[in-house]
Design a protein around this ligand. Structure first.
Ligand SMILES: C[C@](O)(CO)[C@H](O)COP(=O)(O)OP(=O)(O)OC[C@H]1O[C@@H](n2ccc(N)nc2=O)[C@H](O)[C@@H]1O
Ligand SMILES: Nc1ncnc2c1ncn2[C@@H]1O[C@H](COP(=O)(O)OP(=O)(O)OP(=O)(O)O)[C@@H](O)[C@H]1O
Length: 321
């Protein structure tokens, strides 16, 4: 008699991102925009478990779970199907169950869905014992979305092309952040469309050169980096959500060194002097009543990686506004 050994489930922890610098070029014929961006992975993480199962599907728990599709459009499920097809398995019946525990806000500009997709790729590579390099996974990741490759690598990185071409940025310094979640999400294509509209009408501000940001990062001085943070999508996000202006002001009034919209928003990210300052800014911002929830995080942290079940999940202090 031959007994089939079912491999144990694999859990992957994967970070959210903030763009320290996001320069957006003109719209391309394929509808995308060329970007030059600096990503940083933060200690705000989703956890994704993949397991062999007769009943395939996706389960979502945690932050914003009710807004996440559990069918074929879930980005983690699309990752399962893409990897299955790539290695010659049955993509329509991959015999996998995916459980997502979310802490990254949905449609928040922090690449939450992209993170889950990257985690599914890493988790399945381990579950199926695939001999596949991170660079080969990154190729597949880029097909799922512009932000997915970065979630594989984490840390701090320069992104070009649609944002999917990643080069690591070396650095030993930790930075401390406060994140303000807005009451509702924003659609990424809507924010890019709004930027095109604003540019057709006038000349919204553009960020400076990326080199200065890379120097600010290597100095390790949050005061220097704070002066260099910039996001071309910020004007568009604020145009669609004028309340973000008040949130950005409230964070700086609370003592943050600088505040920016994270990616396409509406999450706002505040760089702080150190960990203690971040806790103080978070408490004050929560009291200002300008957002739904406030979190403290630090970065850079590693990209998607398999964790052992003993490893406790970091629980960033949560302050309800
Ligand atoms: C805003 C950022 O988060 C910054 O890192 C990303 O550019 C967005 O990355 P993403 O959500 O992974 O984006 P995708 O899922 O690939 O694309 C969603 C939509 O965003 C717009 N999009 C995205 C990336 C890019 N370089 N140009 C774009 O115009 C396009 O309308 C695209 O159809
Ligand atoms: N696993 C997932 N987690 C979150 N959203 C998902 C997922 N799969 C599909 N979605 C859909 O994708 C949409 C965008 O979600 P996501 O949280 O990735 O946005 P985002 O963080 O703003 O993305 P980005 O920063 O990459 O532009 C959601 O509104 C949701 O309907």
């Amino acid at each position: 008699m031959v007994l089939a050994v079912v491999p144990p489930p694999v859990t992957v922890r994967v970070p959210a991102k903030v763009n320290l610098h996001l320069a957006v070029g003109d719209v391309r014929p394929d509808g995308y925009h060329d970007l030059v961006t600096v990503f940083q992975a933060l200690s705000l993480v989703d956890e994704v478990t993949v397991a062999v199962a007769d009943e395939p599907g996706v389960e979502v728990h945690g932050e914003g779970a009710d807004q996440v599709p559990t069918g074929a459009s879930n980005l983690a499920w699309r990752a399962v199907q893409l990897l299955a097809a790539h290695v010659g398995r049955d993509a329509d019946d991959p015999k996998v169950r995916v459980v997502i525990r979310k802490a990254i806000p949905v449609a928040g500009g922090m690449a939450g869905g992209s993170a889950d997709a990257a985690a599914a790729l890493v988790g399945l590579s381990s579950l199926w014992r695939l001999d596949i390099s991170r660079d080969e996974l990154a190729e597949l990741a880029g097909k799922l979305g512009a932000d997915v490759p970065f979630a594989l690598y984490g840390a701090t990185a320069l992104g070009t092309g649609r944002g999917e071409r990643i080069v690591p940025v070396l650095g030993r310094h930790q930075f401390h952040w406060v994140l303000a979640f807005d009451r509702r999400g924003l659609s990424t294509p809507d924010v890019f469309d709004e930027l095109d509209r604003l540019r057709a009408e006038g000349d919204p501000p553009r960020v400076g050169e990326v080199e200065a940001v890379l120097e600010g990062l290597s100095s390790g001085d949050p005061r220097q980096l704070a002066l260099l943070l910039g996001n071309d999508l910020q004007a568009a996000a604020v145009s669609l959500r004028p309340n973000l202006r008040r949130t950005l002001r409230a964070g700086v009034d609370a003592g943050a060194l600088a505040g920016i919209v994270s990616g396409s928003g509406p999450t706002t990210a505040f760089l702080c002097e150190d960990g203690d300052a971040a806790v103080k800014v978070a408490a004050e911002l929560a009291g200002a009543g300008v957002c739904r929830t406030v979190r403290v995080a630090h970065g850079p942290v590693p990209g998607a990686r398999v964790i052992t079940t003993e490893e406790p999940k970091p629980t960033p202090p949560e302050v309800h506004a």
